[in-house]
Design a binder for this molecule. Structure first.
Ligand SMILES: [Zn+2]
Length: 134
């Protein structure tokens, strides 16, 4: 286990959260509400097979959200309807607001899986010349 491994994970996730390419940290992931096919800076193809990110989207996104909504609905709305509905609306607003960031993290997770289990048919571009820590 080389020490750079956890760095790579943290760096890629941070870049995803900032809606940047997890590989080089330069190219944007999104234009408005749709994501780019590949990085404009290093050429990394973000999602080679659209089906590949489904697991990350469902387990990292849909399940926690459903759990939170169910918890608020059954835990708060029943005993404090006004507070509960306010919480739900605030939560939904927050979810829409942070959606690109969470998708960015999903893309970063997918990218990491491609780095650790390389597929010859799905090459990762060489590391950017500017260095890996940015
Ligand atoms: Zn890039």
């Amino acid at each position: 286990m080389e020490p750079s491994r956890s760095n790579l994970i943290g760096t890629a996730l941070r870049r995803g959260l900032r809606r940047r390419c997890p590989h080089c940290g330069e190219g944007p992931l999104f234009s408005g509400w749709s994501h780019f096919k590949s990085c404009s800076s290093c050429g990394l193809i973000f999602v080679p097979n659209p089906g590949d990110t489904w697991a990350f989207v469902i387990f990292g996104d849909r399940l926690p959200i459903s759990a939170i909504i169910v918890l608020i609905y059954f835990g708060v709305v029943r005993s404090h309807p006004v507070l509960g509905l306010t919480l739900l609306v605030a939560l939904l607003g927050l979810l829409v607001w942070t959606a690109p960031n969470r998708w960015g993290v999903g893309i970063a997770l997918h990218y990491l899986s491609r780095v650790y289990w390389p597929d010859p048919a799905d090459p990762i571009p060489p590391p950017p010349a500017t260095g890996p820590h940015r």
